[in-house]
Every structure is written in C-alpha cells, then in structure tokens.
Design a protein around this ligand. Structure first.
Ligand code: ANZ
Length: 831
C-alpha cells in the first residue's frame, strides 16, 4: 500500500460525501430520538480563522457523536451577514457591501467544505438575504402589535466613529464601543426599542433551569446584567410642586436618616426644578449638566470619585418625619436607574456620606452597627466611613429596636398604610435599543405620516427590501443613509392616497441572530418564519457551542425572543439553548492572534499544509475545550503521525486478507479488553466535553493494537479488526477523512459517520487482575500483580512474602498492616 496521504484521502472522500449528503435531515417522523447541535454562526469578515476551526471542531465532535449514538441530528450552518464591518469595508473600497459580504461567504463555504463539519447544507441561510430578513420584519411587526416594539426619545449611547447608536450591551466596561473602540458619548435621540424589561423576571428566574448546563460564569454575567434589586419606592413631596417624586431605595429602614435628596442632572425632574430656580442656580445647573454629559455611565458609577453637584434651590419633605430636606443634583445618580432620584442617607451609604461631608449636609445615624467586639462603630460624620451593615434601628420612631431586615419589612408596611410608598423591584436591565443609523441591515417596517403618526407595513408587503446602494452616501454622518433613497423612502398610502415615508433606520444585527436557530428549522419555507411542527421535532437547541464574548448580548436577546415566540404560541418551551460549551481562545505565544499584531496563524494555510483531520485532532487534543490553546505549544505534525499510525492498522488488516464478520470472540483477549474499555468510557468522556482525553485514549488504543500485531498475533487476529473498527468509528468524530478511509479498508461502504457505535461487552470490562502497591513506612517498596478477587488476608500474605518488602523491613518489627483492597498494603515498623 501507498502509506497515509491526507491529500489523497481528502480528494477521495470529498466528492463521495458531496454526492451522499449524509447529514441532511428531514422533518418527517422518525423512530429515532433527536438532537439539535449548533455552533454560533460565523460573521463573514474574511476567510475562516483558527477560532472558527476550533469552535466548529468541537460542535462537530458532538454532532457526530450523537449520530453515532443513534440520534437524528440537526447540525445546520448559516451566516450572520449584515453589519458594520461589511459596510465599513464597502465604504473604504467604494463597493456595495453585498459584494464584500457574499464573496467572503463563498470563501468560508469553500473552506468549510474541506474542513468538513457534518453540516446539513440544505438549510443554509444568510441573514442579509431578503428571504431571511423578511422574518426579522415579521417579528418586529408582531412585537409592535404586542406593544413590545416602541419608539421613545432618550439619552442614548452614541458611537462618534461609526456615527450610530449602540445598545447598552455594546458599550464595554471601559466606556468604549465594542465595535469601533471609540469612547461612547450620550445623545438625546428618538429611537426604536424592544421591551426586554417586561421579561426581566423570567429572564432571571429561568437561568436556574440552566444551572449545571451552561457555564457558571455565563449564568452569573446574565444575572448581574439583569441586576434585580428589591426594595421600596418612597414618594417625596417637593415644596411648590403638585406631583410627588418617587425614589427607589433598597433601605427603606433608613428613611429617618434621609437628610437630603439627590436627582440625576440629566433627568427631566432636574431640568424642571432648575428652571424654577434663580438665574444664578439655572446657570450653575446648565454648566453642571454639560459637564455631566461628557462623563460615561461607567465613570459616573465609580464610587471613589470626588463628589460634585448643584443645589437646586428646592426642598423635599421626608414622608416619615415631615422634615424639610434640600434637593441637589449630582452625577452619581443615574437618570435611567430606579426613578432617577434618591433619598440620601449619608450615615449608611458611602456615596451619600462623601457628598454630605463635601457640601456640609446633615448626617444622622439611624442604625447602630456594632464591631466584632460588640462596640458601636464610630459616627460616620467624624470617621468618614458609612456604616452599611446590620444593626439596631435608632432615632427612627416606630422602627426603633428592630434589626435591619425586620425594619425594612416594617417600613414598607408603614409606607403602604400611609399610601406614601410600596415594595418595589428595580432592574439594571434597560430596554433593547434596536434602531441603527446605518445601511447594511434590516429596514424597519414602519411608515411615517406627515402628522407624525406611524403605521406598520402590512405583513403581505414584506419584505421591505433594502434599496441598492447606487446614489446613496453610506458614509457615517449621524443620519440613516436610507433616508437619502428618495424613491424607496416615499410610499403612497393605497387607502388615503397620502404620502408616507419609510422609517430610515435599520435593525441592530443582534435582532438577526436572536432567532436564527428557529429559521434553520424551515430555512427554505417562504410562508412562515419557521414551522411549529418542525420546532416540536427539533427545538430547542440541545447543544450550543460558541465564544464567551456572547455571554450577555446574543444569549440574552435569544432568550428574550424565544420567550416572546413562546408567548405568541409558536413554541412550547421557553429557553433556546439547553446545554452550552464555551470554547477557549486560540493564542500564539500567549497573545491573542490578530492581523494588526501580525501573529496570525492562517486557517487556510494550516488546512493546506496539514489537512482537515490533523488540524481537528490538534485542536481537540490540545486540552479541555474550555481552555485557551496556545498554537506555539501544539504539534500538528504529531497529530498527523498519530493519524498515519491509526490508518496503518486498517491498512494492515486489509493486507492480511482477514474477512469481516469473523467472530471477535476468538481474538486476543487482552486487546479485546482494551477495545471494550475504550468503547465503555468514550461516551461519558465526550458528553462531559473531555475530547482531549478521548483522543489520548485513541492514541493508546492504536499503540496497544500495534503491539498486539507485532507480538505475534498478526493483523489477521479478529481482535485487531475489532479494535480497528472501534478506532475508525470513534476517530470519525475528530478525523472524518482518515476514519472513512479506514472504514473502507475494513471492507465497509461509506459513511462511517452514520455507523452506530458498538456497545461494550460487560464481561470484557471485568478487571481480573489488579496491581497492588506495597508501602513500608510510607515508601513504595513493591508492586504486585494479584487477582482482582484477592482477600485481605491473601493480600497481606503476598505483601509479606515479597523479597523487596522483606529487604526493606530488615530486622525491624512490624507494628501495623493496613490493607486497602484492591490497591494498597501499608506496613508500619519500629526498631
Ligand atoms: C437609600 C439608601 C440607604 C440606599 C442606604 C442605600 C443604602 P442597587 O443595589 O444598585 O439597586 N439609587 C437608587 N436609584 C439610583 C440611581 N438612579 N442612581 C444612583 N443610585 C441610585 O442600589 C440601590 C440603591 O442605590 C438605592 O438605595 C439608592 O440608595 C441608590 F443606607 O436608598 B439607597
């Protein structure tokens, strides 16, 4: 035979698989159980990169595994093909974003074909196809109908480089845009929102169902992002103002200690109060507001900053004791959290204390907090440290003597009785801002009349297709390029004849990806977004694979839209992704690979040089899939060598002329046991994502099989064939080409990828010999091979009979022998 040649093997099997389309699945009823295995779909920003190679390798291992376990597996692929990189590249090159996008998709498809994940290619989708985004518009209309899509004017995140708004989720912790890297600023604009806050409780509570199935880190990031906070809403009268002002507090127990009120400078209330103040205060406020607007939300939330603020020349009345308290504006209070105003309790909140000490405001202790020795902590007014812990209420009327929790409960009762407050819950989560002032996205299906009224495009008129870029200025300028498409923008109302204008904004591309896993169910259906019957068969996604960078954005939005689909009656489940694997990153010399750093390991050249199998085995073998892989530490050549050794076993079986169908029972017992242990252990290892361990076990199996052949049994031994078949079947998860070639050499038709795994024979799993370690005074002195059914007495006798043990005991006296079957005998001595 010719020896292992990955190129020849790829060339042999690719056309066969192209013809067979082995991974296309139908919605027809089948006796088999189903699994839906999905990788986060790629963005077509060029060719595939090593990150894709890794994630799609892992997803494919799992998809192929479940097929081998007798499941019908849906494993689709598509492209997340709208978005800014395409638009920016198009502007730079002066071409249509379509050209750049679809050329990249074609390249990625070609690379995938060779890399050979087991996709169902009949369900391909691209979110930038009108056939896809029509259904984004349909979802928008459904949400609009339900009051879940709405427009409002508010302070929004503005990316000054990309000249578009951003969702909160797209602003990084350092205040920069996740896309352009620019410092995000605030701008007051009228924008479209999805009312995700209506779902805050469900989005939070349902995370409990995913415990142990999603990475804990992701669950916690989602919990923090939603940020549910329980407390009370307290209404304060403001002198000279009719309507009372509500504040949100987590500490209604401290109400007697509220000595001033603070409102967010950028809130409507602050503007209103300032406008009723003296000219001097108005000017001070205006200057302060401008200063505030230059700050990011992150800066404003930094508790260590020097406090700043302006007295608004108004007084509020504390509802529990009737006290007049001054009203200030300060940037540490955020306009869009709670009610944008707080009751300040300086003795028990550090930010309030810093503010009070800076501006000379009263500090009143209402909770007596003790230190470890039972001594009251010093007065915050003099120590400068607020006492935030549990303690006994003082100076608080009917609350005096109660502990913190009891006082909170009692305070809420009192407020409710008097009608000046009530229990309340606040969330960090904001509604999802979904409109964008860019071209390459889904047009929002809304028409605007001259009088400012809006009407949805009728479902029958969908899709609203993006106009061509001809004559359009795509350059970021703060307004939507679509507004410049005159003919496209103008629509005549068929009923009234009135002239309407299309909404010029496009949707956030996270809308596209928030439901694509449903579209895969019916990717070619132009009558509905997806078929509920197909959803019944396949959905939800059983196994999702993707990067942890999507821990909040994409996963939160997908969970939200899934719940909306549930409420609309299209599906009967409420969580889209049952299990999730977050793969680590592929690094080089400890650094993230990037074009700008010039340390890119190109997927295409690796694929060309080593072939798909060696690349995939390398990625799977590098370590636990959740860990980062440093490309400098792995050996693709090593993987190729292993594949050659594995392949040669099947080659030897073929050359030996041993027919298939021979009874394995006649084969070498020791090799058979090894094979069956592999068969028994591999499923559990794959299901717990220990792919690297399975590859290591395959390497071991190949070595043991080779030894058996060389030690005289020869390749014609039935146990060698049995081992070679098991290797081919399990190896097909990692190296589908080599496995297919082995399978063919073993005399079978393609494809090994649809073969059900052989079941381990329990009688071959019984350990009939064990290795027992003998220790003398804690040091290992001998290893004995004994029957697995050895008794304690026999084990001790065997240990004492060992020459090595006797030598090390010498003339010392044995004082104690402990036997731990079946592994250890421990002997203690004294002189
Ligand atoms: C009085 C008080 C007394 C408070 C005390 C705390 C301790 P979380 O847990 O984040 O929900 N707060 C309310 N709205 C705010 C806003 N828009 N901007 C900044 N701060 C705001 O925090 C809730 C607490 O943060 C609330 O409880 C309020 O201060 C403040 F000893 O009210 B507290």
């Amino acid at each position: 035979s010719e020896g292992y040649d990955f190129q020849a093997i790829q060339d042999r099997w690719l056309p066969v698989w192209d013809q067979m389309k082995p991974f296309e699945v139908s919605d027809a009823d089948s006796a088999k159980p189903t699994k839906y295995v999905l990788d986060m779909f790629p963005y077509p920003s060029g060719d595939l990169h090593m990150g894709h190679a890794e994630a799609f390798c892992f997803g494919d291992v799992l998809a192929r595994y479940w097929r081998g376990r007798g499941y019908d597996v849906l494993h689709p692929i598509g492209w997340d093909s709208f978005g800014l990189p395409a638009e920016n590249a198009a502007i730079k090159r002066g071409v249509d974003p379509r050209e750049w996008t679809y050329a990249n998709i074609a390249q990625q498809k070609a690379s995938f074909r060779v890399y050979a994940p087991s996709f169902d290619w009949s369900r391909v989708l691209h979110t930038s196809d009108p056939e896809y985004y029509k259904w984004n518009q349909w979802i928008f209309l459904k949400m609009y109908e339900k009051g879940l899509a709405y427009r409002k004017a508010s302070w929004v995140n503005w990316d000054p480089v990309d000249q578009t708004v951003l969702a909160n989720e797209q602003v990084l912790a350092d205040g920069t845009s996740e896309r352009s890297g620019a410092m995000v600023v605030k701008k007051k604009l009228t924008q479209w929102y999805f009312r995700i806050t209506d779902y805050a409780d469900r989005l939070l509570d349902d995370l409990d169902q995913l415990e142990g199935k999603w990475p804990t880190k992701v669950l916690n990031m989602q919990r923090n992002w939603i940020g549910r906070s329980r407390g009370a809403e307290v209404e304060f009268e403001i002198e000279g103002r009719d309507a009372k002002v509500p504040v949100f507090t987590t500490r209604p127990d401290t109400l007697h200690g509220a000595t001033f009120m603070v409102v967010a400078p950028d809130s409507d209330l602050a503007a209103e109060l300032a406008s009723g103040a003296s000219a001097e205060v108005r000017m001070q406020f205006q200057a302060y507001l401008e200063q505030t607007q230059k700050q990011t939300e992150i800066e404003r939330q930094n508790a260590d900053r020097e406090k700043t603020g302006v007295f608004l020349d108004h007084f509020a009345v504390n509802p529990v004791n009737g006290e007049r308290i001054p009203v200030w504006a300060s940037d540490y209070v955020l306009a869009d959290y709670g009610h944008g105003a707080i009751m300040a309790v300086p003795a028990h909140d550090q930010r309030d204390l810093d503010f009070a000490l800076k501006f000379g405001l009263a500090v009143r202790v209402v909770v007596d907090v003790l230190d470890e020795d039972g001594v009251s902590l010093p007065d915050p007014a003099t120590s400068g440290v607020a006492t935030t812990g549990d303690g006994t209420l003082v100076n608080s009327g009917e609350l005096d003597g109660l502990g913190k929790q009891a006082a909170i409960a009692r305070a809420v009762e009192v407020l409710e009785d008097r009608g000046t407050g009530r229990a309340a819950t606040t969330y960090r989560l904001r509604d999802w801002l979904i409109s964008r002032q860019r071209y390459w996205g889904t047009p929002i299906p809304i028409l605007h009349a001259e009088d400012g009224s809006m009407q949805p495009v009728s479902e029958a008129a969908l899709p609203v297709v993006l106009p061509s870029t001809e004559g359009l200025d795509l350059k970021p300028k703060g307004t939507s390029p679509l507004g410049g498409a005159e003919a496209w923008s103008t629509v005549v109302d068929p009923e009234t004849g009135a002239e309407l204008r299309r909404d010029p904004d496009t949707m956030d591309t996270f809308v596209d990806s928030s439901w694509y896993f449903f579209r895969f169910l019916s990717a070619n259906d132009d009558t509905q977004a997806f078929d509920p019957a197909a959803a019944k068969k396949w959905a939800p996604v059983d196994q999702y694979v993707g990067g942890v960078e999507h821990a909040i954005l994409h996963l939160l939005y997908s969970r939200f839209i899934t719940k909306v689909m549930h409420d609309l009656g299209y599906i009967d489940f409420e969580e889209p992704f049952m299990e999730m694997l977050n793969q680590g990153m592929v690094l080089l010399d400890g650094a993230k690979m990037s074009k700008s750093k010039g340390n890119l390991v190109e997927f295409a050249s690796e694929l060309e040089a080593h072939g798909a199998d060696a690349l995939r085995v390398t990625l799977a073998f590098a370590g636990p899939p959740e860990d980062d892989i440093d490309w400098a530490d792995v050996s693709v050549q090593g993987s190729a060598k292993f594949l050659a050794r594995a392949w040669r076993i099947a080659d030897d079986v073929e050359a030996s002329g041993a027919a298939k169908g021979a009874s394995f029972a006649d084969g070498d017992k020791s090799l058979r046991k090894h094979t069956h242990h592999l068969l028994a252990d591999a499923p559990g290892l794959i299901e717990s994502y220990k792919f690297n361990v399975v590859v290591a076990r395959l390497m071991d199996q190949v070595n043991v099989t080779r030894k058996t052949i060389d030690s005289g049994a020869g390749a014609a031994d039935p146990a060698v064939r049995e081992s070679a078949e098991a290797i081919a079947v399990i190896l097909s998860l990692f190296a589908p080409y080599a496995a297919e070639d082995m399978w063919s050499k073993l005399g079978y038709e393609p494809t090994v990828s649809l073969v059900e795994w052989p079941v381990a024979d329990p009688s071959l799993l019984v350990e009939d010999e064990v290795t027992m370690v003998v220790q003398v005074d804690g040091k290992v002195r001998d290893r004995l091979t004994l029957s697995a059914s050895v008794t304690e007495a026999e084990a001790e006798a065997a240990a004492r009979a060992s020459q090595a043990v006797q030598r090390s005991i010498g003339d010392r006296q044995v004082v104690n022998v402990i036997v731990r079957l079946p592994k250890i005998v421990s002997i203690a001595t004294k002189p």
